[in-house]
Design a protein around this ligand. Sequence first.
Ligand code: TYD
Length: 132
Amino acid sequence: MSLVQWINFPPLGDDRGALVVLEAEKTIPFPVKRVYYLFGTKEGVARGFHAHKKLWQVAVCVTGKCRMVLDDGKTKEVVWLDKPTKGIALPPMIWHEMHDFSPDCVLLVLASEHYDENDYVRNYDDFLKSVK
Ligand code: TYD
C-alpha cells in the first residue's frame, strides 16, 4: 500500500476566485488542535527530518511548492506538494523531509495535538529501530 494519502480539497471558487475550506473532522480527518506554517525557507534548506510517535498532521502548500519524502522504514516515496487543493496526510511514525522549497512556498500544517517535543523521533536510527 502506498505511504501517500492525498486529501483533495474541493475548490469552492466562483468567477471571483478560489476558496478552500479545511474543516476539522471533515476535510481534516481529526480534531485540529494546532495550525502552523513554514514560509521564507531559504534556498537549499531542507526541513523536517523527523517522525512523530502519536501526532497526525495534514500538510498543504497554500502557495508555491516543495518536495516531500515519506519513509515508513521500509519504503520511501517522494511527492510534490504543489497545489493549494492537495493536502497530504502524515500519520504517526512516518519519517518526513521537505526539500526544494520554492521562494514563495507557504507550507500550512494542521496537527491533531499541541506541540510536544517528546512526541518527536528526530534520530533516523531510533526511528528505524522503533518501526521494526
Ligand atoms: P521543527 O519541528 O524542528 O521544524 P521542522 O522539523 O519543520 O524543520 O521546529 C522548529 C522549532 O520550532 C523548534 O525549536 C520547535 C519549534 N516549534 C514549536 O515551538 N511549536 C510547534 O508547533 C512547532 C511545529 C515547532
